[in-house]
Design a protein around this ligand. Structure first.
Ligand code: FES
Length: 153
């Protein structure tokens, strides 16, 4: 019997192996079956910044994401007071994004947080988000230097 369109044994094994490898890569991409960002890094140690170098911090109530890895959000709460929050989602650890300049949204399951770190919308997946981690802040008005410490505030 002749089979013009049949695969050879070698072709079949090659195509089967590629299909299995591709499926395994998709399954390994995310533990909850959703395609999305991986866990966000947290602040290690502390960071310092000159407040006047961050335009958003000139206005009370506005949020700024810092530093270059985006692991911390800072909000000016008064002339010499600041609030620093982790930008790691408390649901499953994804980096949250600014939503406007006074709230956050997680791209993974849609949790939302206000500028004080309170949950305003729970995730659209099993489990709950909780208040964002608050870091300790110290401000030196003489030098305009803000220090954010990884120690919980
Ligand atoms: S990881 Fe942020 S809502 Fe699920």
């Amino acid at each position: 019997m002749s089979c013009h369109d049949c695969l050879s044994r070698r072709e079949f094994l090659t195509k089967s192996t590629l299909a299995v490898a591709g499926a395994a890569a998709v399954v390994a991409g995310c533990g909850d079956g959703q395609i999305g960002p991986t866990a966000a890094p947290s602040l290690n140690g502390s960071l310092t910044l000159k407040v006047s170098s961050v335009p958003a911090l000139a206005t009370v109530g506005q949020l700024a994401i810092l530093p270059s890895d985006g692991s911390v959000a800072v909000k000016r709460t008064g002339a010499a007071t600041f609030l620093a929050l982790s930008t790691t989602c408390t649901h499953e650890g994804t980096r949250i994004n600014l939503l406007g300049n006074n709230s956050f949204e997680c791209p993974n399951h849609g949790s939302r947080f206000d500028a004080d770190g309170n949950v305003t919308r729970q995730p659209n997946a099993p489990g709950n988000a909780s208040h964002l981690l608050v870091y300790t802040t110290t401000y030196d008005a003489a030098t305009d230097i803000l220090t954010v410490s990884a120690l919980p505030g």
